[in-house]
Design a protein around this ligand. Structure first.
Ligand SMILES: [Zn+2]
Length: 58
């Protein structure tokens, strides 16, 4: 059983069953991993890096 749950960085929505979700290292600091749900990508919800405060759509 997979107990690792990721949450959308911008909205806090759990990504357990979101097949369109993605994750990538922060483009500015590279320290934090940004998680994006499909919905957040489609409507371009802005995220904020918890490490460096970078704000971006991608
Ligand atoms: Zn960062």
């Amino acid at each position: 059983m997979d107990t690792k749950i990721n949450y959308d960085t911008a909205t806090g929505v759990a990504l357990t069953n979101d097949i369109g979700a993605t994750s990538f290292p922060c483009p500015q600091c590279g320290k934090a991993t940004i998680f994006r749900s499909r919905n957040s990508r489609e409507i371009c919800v802005k995220y904020t890096c918890p490490e460096c405060g970078f704000v971006g759509p991608n």
